[in-house]
Design a protein around this ligand. Structure first.
Ligand SMILES: [Zn+2]
Ligand SMILES: [Zn+2]
Length: 255
C-alpha cells in the first residue's frame, strides 16, 4: 500500500491510500475536493471510498465535490449520519474495512468530537484531530476523561505505528511541550529536527508512536519533569493521569 499525503486548505492533510497493483484508492479526510480530484487524475487512480475521521468541515468539506465525480462509499462513525456529507457506512469500534486489496480497522476515539474515529491500515494510523504529532486536538464535544481514554487506547498500539494526523501543527505543539519538559533531550532534538523541516516547507508527518510517547506532552502524564512543572504553577492539582492531562490541555488552549 502506498500513502500519498495531500496538503489541503491552510494546514490540513488528506491522505490517499493506494493499492499499487490495482490502482484502487481511498481518500481519508478530504478537506476540499479539487486537489484530491486532481491528484487522482494525475496518478490515474480509481477512487473506491471516502473515509472521514470526524464531521468537522476541514475534514469533510470535499465529500460533496468528490461525490459529484465519483459515486463511492463514505465511511464515518455511525453517530455522525446527519453531520458527514454523503455518509453511507456508519462504522464503530472494531469494524473491519475491506475495499479491494486495502483492509483496515476502526478505532472509536471520542473527545475532540463525540463521533471521532481512527483508521488503522497495517501499522499506519490515521487519527484526524485526536492525536497530533507532538500534541492532541481540542476537546470540543467530549470530556477530558474521554480524550484521555482515547489517547490511552492509541498508546496501546505498537511503538512502530506511524501517526498520520489531520494537521501540520508539530512545530507549535513542540514549542509548547518544551515549556513543560525543558530538560527532555529527545523533545529538544525533535523540535530542532521539526524546525529544520518546516524551514524548507517539508511535512513533519508521519511520526512514530514511540516518538510521540517520548515527546508528546499529552501522552506524558507519567513524566516526573512534566508533573513537577505543573505542580510548581498549580500546587493544588490532583496527581491522577486525567487531571494532569486536563491541565496540560488547558494550558495548550491558552498557548
Ligand atoms: Zn476537528
Ligand atoms: Zn481539523
Amino acid at each position: 500500500m502506498k500513502i500519498i499525503l495531500v496538503p489541503l486548505l491552510r494546514d490540513n492533510y488528506g491522505y490517499l491510500l493506494v493499492s499499487e497493483p490495482t490502482r484502487e484508492a481511498l481518500v481519508i479526510d478530504p478537506s476540499e475536493s479539487e486537489p484530491i480530484l486532481r491528484r487522482l487524475a494525475e496518478e490515474q487512480l480509481i477512487l473506491k471510498a471516502v473515509l472521514n475521521t470526524h464531521h468537522h468541515r476541514d475534514h469533510t468539506g470535499g465529500n460533496d465535490g468528490i461525490l459529484t465525480q465519483h459515486q463511492v462509499e463514505v465511511y464515518g462513525h455511525k453517530s455522525d449520519g446527519g453531520r458527514i456529507p454523503g455518509l453511507t457506512h456508519g462504522i464503530d469500534e472494531g469494524d473491519e474495512i475491506r475495499i479491494g486489496e486495502l483492509s483496515g480497522k476502526v478505532l472509536f476515539i471520542p473527545g475532540h468530537t463525540t463521533g471521532h474515529v481512527a483508521y488503522l491500515f497495517g501499522n499506519n494510523l490515521f487519527c484526524g484531530d485526536t492525536l497530533f504529532t507532538g500534541g492532541c486536538g481540542r476537546i470540543f464535544e467530549g470530556t477530558p476523561e474521554q480524550m484521555h481514554a482515547s489517547l490511552s487506547k492509541l498508546m496501546l498500539l505498537p511503538d512502530d505505528t506511524r501517526v498520520y494526523c489531520g494537521h501540520e501543527y508539530t512545530e507549535n505543539n513542540l514549542r509548547f511541550a518544551v515549556t513543560l519538559e525543558p530538560k527532555n533531550f529527545k523533545l529538544i532534538s525533535r523540535l530542532e529536527r521539526v524546525q529544520a523541516l518546516r524551514a524548507r516547507g517539508a511535512a513533519t508527518v508521519p511520526a512514530t508512536l514511540e516518538e510521540e510517547k517520548q515527546t508528546n506532552p499529552f501522552l506524558r502524564w507519567d513524566s516526573n519533569e512534566l508533573r513537577e512543572t505543573l505542580k510548581r504553577d498549580f500546587p493544588g492539582l490532583a496527581s491522577d493521569p486525567v487531571s494532569v492531562f486536563a491541565q496540560v490541555r488547558k494550558l495548550k488552549d491558552q498557548f
